[in-house]
Structure formats: C-alpha cells, structure tokens
Ligand binder design. Structure first.
Ligand code: GDP
Ligand code: GDP
Length: 462
C-alpha cells in the first residue's frame, strides 16, 4: 500500500507548485476526475526514493461558512482519505484567519497533520515562520516549493514513520526478492525449481478498475456468479477494495473489487462508490489490472489517466470494452478504429469486447489475464536473453554515434513483474529511442511476452 499525502491550504500558498515538484519524476501523471471528486488532482509521486500518492485539493478559502461549504467539500474528503496532511501556509503572507480555521478543522480530525510554511526563499525564514506556531499543530516545516528547498527533509520527517507503520515486512520482502533474482546470475543454469514453484503457486491478484458506470459491478457479479464463489463480507473503509478469493479452471485468483459488488444500502457508500485512492491502491496491489471502459462513451481522458497509472506502476494490463451488446456494425467499426488510435501506447495489452450484462466474452478475459501474468512472471535465462540480444543486433545493428558503433555486449534479467532486462555495452546511453524500441519489440516477439510492459535498462561497460 502506498501512503497518501493530501495537500491542503488557502489558494495561492503553493499547493500546485509542490504537487508538480513531487510528481515531476513520473511524467507528472495526474488523474483529474472533474465532477466526481471536485477538482482533486491525484498523482503518483516518486521523490528522492519515496513513493506515495499525492492529492492536490485546489484550496479551502476558510471563510466562516467556507470551511463547511461545497467549495471546501473536496478538501475535506481528501483529508479523510489521506494518511498524512500537509497543511501549507504562505510564509510571505503571514498568518491569516483562514489558516486558523483550517488548523482548527485539522485539530478536530486528529489526522497526522504538518504545518508547512512555503516561500521561504529570499526572506528570514525563522522570523517569518515563527507566528505559525500559534496554529498549535506542532513544528512548522520550512520549504520553498518552487526551488525544492526543504522538500526532501519534509518527506523524510512526515513519511518515514508512516511507511514503517504501513509496511513492517517490507524489508523482509525486499530480501526475498533478492533471493528470487539470484537464480538469474548463473549463465544458462537450470532454473531453481523450488523458487519458481513458490512463485507460480501464488494466486493472481486481479484488479477490476474503471470509471463509474462502465459496468465493473455487473462484470464482477457476472464472474462470481458463473463461478459460484462465496463472497466473504470483508470490512473496509471507503479507501479499501474488497478482496475476493476465487478459483477458475484450477487456477487461483484474488479479485480486487473496487466497485463494491455487495453494494450496501447505506447512502454514504453510494456517494463514495467511486474513489480514486481506492482505484490507485488496487492497481498498486494487483498483478494484473483489468481496465473496463464503456464502448458507448469511448476512451476518455480519465480512462487514459487510469491506464497511465497502471503503466507507471509496471502492472500487466487487459482492456475490456464493455456494453458491446446492441451496437450496429458501423458503430463497432468506428469504436475499434478510435481504440486503435488512442491505445497505441499500450499495444502489448489485449483488448476484449464484452457484454457484462449478457456475459458475452467474459470467460475469454481470463485467457488474457493468465497470459499477462505468465508473461510478467516468467523466468528467462541469461543465455536466452543474450542470444536474443545477439540476434537483434545481427538483424539490425545499432547506429554509429560520434563515428563509433554502439556495441551491446551482455544481457541478463533484472527482475520480473514487470520483466526487466539489463543490457551492458559500449556507449549504450547514446542509443536512440528508436533502437531501444526496436530491442524491446524484438524481445517481446522472441519471448512471446503479452500483456505486460517490459523495461530495459542500459548499463555502460561489461
Ligand atoms: P495554490 O493555489 O496553493 O496551488 O498555489 P500555486 O502553486 O499556484 O502558487 C501560487 C503562487 O505562489 C505562484 O505564483 C507560485 O509561483 C508562487 N510560489 C509557489 N511556491 C513558491 C516558493 O517556494 N517561493 C516563491 N517565492 N513563490 C512560490
Ligand atoms: P460500475 O459503476 O462500473 O460498477 O457500473 P455498474 O456495473 O453499476 O453498471 C452501470 C450501468 O451500466 C448499469 O445500469 C448496468 O446495468 C449497465 N451495464 C453494465 N454492463 C452492461 C453491458 O454489458 N451492456 C449494457 N447494455 N449495459 C451494461
């Protein structure tokens, strides 16, 4: 689970600036779901080794009725969903009554909240920030979001304890991963049966995600209905998905249900039926992400954002275009050509045209889910990776750079889920993107890898 940080504060204190700085390293991918979540912006953040989800809330104006008003509603929801709240104030503007109102709300919430005084560049920070201690939320952290000053220290201070609390076994897991990777190191050696067995015995975690009303619940019910599995009533907050174990053709899965199959009658559940945080956490926790879109709506920017999140997280992807029933041939053709155009960047993902309502095509989804999982977790020997590299190089040699030919010398695996291949050679950092893409596609074809992204890492030297 990734920790969630919410940025709150008055307009103009620098929330967007901090948001952009934090998400920058991952292509600033932002899921903006207007209308659903009222301007909350969600980003995957990877900053100085810290990974988390960051939510920008647009701003609480803090006037007496403002804090309770519709305008502030999105901030209040973001605070509720977050593990940590960074409450930004403007060190140049000084303390305002709006800041006081926000602080009072945060104190009542008993959330882990930190006061962050922004814009300390070019001023005497200690003097300017002293008055914010009156907010009675403890230490006042000084940053200049525009310049990145103090940001790493802030994350270290606020996130380290949360991470330790959330993932106590993380270190042990990392060691396990190392052990799994060891099997790659001996060139051409037989795979370690025991280790491989251990991995393939695990159930496939399949997250079913998509915008509201695309048919996620209908699909989940259809899958479960056909398999007659027992759904255990699992407690959870609005942030948690329901995890449903199931068996199909003797293979085990855990469905990560973001829609809430057991739609409860309570009003609050209906309101929070769609939660971006829930969706992002589900993607993060899954092996394979089944992204459901509505054929009648086409691919929206929100769909692309979700796909982007899955891709950035390195997850396997299967696309389900739902509500394929009752469309005439002309419309179907038009939808298909639009999909080809907009989904070119995930050409490795299988696309299924289904009707969750009638059950058409639903069974075949699992063929692609299995294929994607098997591709993502498959072990490939060093000898094989090297042979494919040599073949690719022989078919189409790397270009000359500065009069010298780039030379690929050696390849080995660097991980799985998604598969990572490491290629060593001379001047590899000068390889043009077109050649990198060529190599990637060559590996994909040679190893028949479908459904999962592939990462190739280049290292200078032997
Ligand atoms: P938001 O409304 O809270 O999202 O605020 P913005 O991020 O849009 O920032 C408001 C203004 O403050 C912009 O003009 C920023 O350039 C400026 N700003 C943000 N961070 C800093 C900073 O660290 N130092 C200075 N001097 N200005 C900043
Ligand atoms: P969710 O919000 O993504 O969980 O979507 P639901 O499963 O609640 O479905 C939203 C609406 O779309 C409901 O009225 C469903 O009956 C309808 N729906 C779902 N799947 C299909 C389908 O395959 N074909 C058609 N025509 N309607 C569907």
């Amino acid at each position: 689970m990734l920790p969630v940080i919410a940025l709150v504060g008055r307009p103009n204190v620098g929330k967007s600036t901090l948001f952009n700085r934090l998400t920058r390293t991952r292509d600033a991918l932002v899921a903006d779901f207007p209308g659903l979540t009222r301007d909350r912006k969600y980003g995957q953040a990877k900053y100085e080794g810290y990974e988390f989800i960051v939510v920008d809330t647009g701003g609480i104006d803090g006037s007496e009725e403002g804090i309770e008003s519709e305008m502030a509603q999105q901030s209040l929801l973001a605070i509720e969903e977050a593990d940590v709240v960074l409450f930004l104030v403007d060190a140049r503007a000084g303390l305002t009554s709006a800041d006081q109102a926000i602080a009072e709300h945060l104190r009542k919430q008993q959330k882990k909240s930190f006061v962050v005084a922004n814009k300390i560049d070019g001023i005497d920070a200690d003097i300017a920030t002293a008055e914010f201690y009156q907010l009675a939320l403890g230490e006042v952290h000084q940053i200049a979001a525009a310049h990145g000053r103090g940001v790493t220290q802030l994350l270290e201070y606020t996130l380290t304890p949360i991470l330790a609390e959330m993932n106590p076994q993380q270190e042990a897991l990392d060691e396990d991963d190392e052990a799994l990777l060891d099997i790659y190191d001996d060139e051409g050696k037989e795979l370690d049966e025991e280790v491989v067995q251990d991995f393939s015995d695990k159930p496939i975690k399949l997250a079913i995600v998509g915008r509201p009303n695309v048919g996620k619940s209908t699909l989940t019910n259809r899958i479960l209905g056909e398999e007659r599995v027992i759904v255990y009533d699992m407690p959870g907050t609005t942030r948690d998905s329901i995890y449903i174990p199931m068996t199909r053709n003797e293979r085990e899965y855990i469905l990560i249900d973001t829609a809430g199959v057991r739609k409860r009658k309570k009003v609050s559940d209906v309101v929070e039926k769609f939660s971006v945080i829930k969706t992002l956490q589900a993607i993060e926790d899954a092996n394979v992400v089944l992204i459901v879109v509505d054929a009648r709506e086409g691919i929206s920017d929100q769909d692309l954002s979700l796909i982007g999140f899955a891709l950035n997280a390195g997850r396997s992807i299967v696309m389900a275009v739902n509500k394929w029933d009752g469309l005439d041939e002309y419309v179907k053709e038009r939808i298909k050509s639009e999909l080809d155009r907009r989904l070119g960047f995930i050409d490795f993902a299988r696309i299924h045209f289904i009707s969750a309502l009638h059950g058409t095509g639903v069974g075949h989804l699992f063929e692609s889910v299995d294929e994607a999982y098997d591709s993502a977790t498959r072990r490939v020997s060093t000898a094989m990776l090297r042979r494919i590299m040599d073949m690719a190089q022989a078919d189409h040699q790397p270009p000359l750079v500065g009069g010298r030919r780039v030379k690929l010398k050696y390849a080995h695996a660097g991980g799985y889920n998604p598969p990572r291949f490491v290629i060593h050679g001379n001047q590899v950092h000068d390889l043009p993107d077109s050649y990198k893409r060529y190599l990637m596609n060559y590996y994909r074809k040679a190893l028949n890898i479908m459904g999962t992204p592939i990462k190739i890492e280049f290292r200078e030297g032997d």
